[in-house]
Design a protein around this ligand. Sequence first.
Ligand SMILES: C[S@@+](CC[C@H](N)C(=O)[O-])C[C@H]1O[C@@H](n2cnc3c(N)ncnc32)[C@H](O)[C@@H]1O
Length: 324
Amino acid sequence: MLNSKVKPRHLAPPCFVAALATVVAAASAQAQGSRHLLAPWAPQAFYTSLARPAQAGRAPQPLYETRAVHDPDGTGKFYMGREIAQVMGPRGIPWLDRPQRESEEHPEVVIDALELHEGEVVADLGAGSGFFTFRMAPKVGKTGKVLAVDLQDEMLETIRERAAESKVTNVVEVKDTETDPELPANSVDLVLMVDVYHELSYPYEVMTKVREALKPDGRVVFVEYRKEDPRVPIKELHKMSVEQLDKEMKVVGLKRVRTVETLPLQHIVIYEKDEPLFGEVNSPLQTQTASLTPARLGMRSCWIYANLTSKLAITGRWGAIPPV
Ligand SMILES: C[S@@+](CC[C@H](N)C(=O)[O-])C[C@H]1O[C@@H](n2cnc3c(N)ncnc32)[C@H](O)[C@@H]1O
């Protein structure tokens, strides 16, 4: 019989058993595909595993690999089975600005697909010489802004000169790093990446930050040469398939919402934030667990333990408790 003389340590075994029962039941519920049995009671770590089905929002392990045998156009660094391409240097500027690019790539189709509005803040990530920066600037108008983001000083210098020559005042150059696009959290309506993603040295880190930089209804738009089409005359590592993009966006919590396949060589692939990840403001799981103090967790563990043992006594096996 319990009385005030009982030392706390005498309470330890039942609590330990209850906690253990919680974990075992959680594992059993997960094995059965049940999301209901322990939903309000399971420990936070278990919630996290439920929050991200099929690895959504989870870093792949290992994140990157280096291989000695690789494509000569590549870096030897692999991410999710794909070799990362080499970064185009400033000597590529004439190719980016070649006059026939207009007729080969139809940039006006890309601009239409972006559905830009006056006043929006958009980032041209990997802006290069600004081929798309200066096509987006008139669309967002004087009340909006285009952040022309690039790693390389020569690219940013070219953009600065062009903005001055054409008296464009709503373009802001941003020098970023390989791991951080330097975009403040919750600040941009759209991030455009044309012919860039395949050459990011740290795609997981950059896209995680890009997701954070998006406003709640923000979108990320990739324009990449079609890997699915062997007739597209571009080196293999400089192409991306939609399937690979989907895989890589899923792990950073982005979901594809639209694909435009009307360009001759490239696809336009549009993503938005998937539902909030665990730990983010507005996450439904965060709301559920916010009230989960240790005392409540203990009480609920004991409650579930009692239910499970009575179920065991009645049916002779562990299992999901029917909803009441
Ligand atoms: C092939 S160019 C494309 C330029 C431009 N988007 C266009 O379509 O004309 C790729 C650009 O991405 C830039 N880049 C590569 N990795 C980057 C990173 N992590 N952050 C910003 N820019 C990056 C390179 O410096 C280069 O200017």
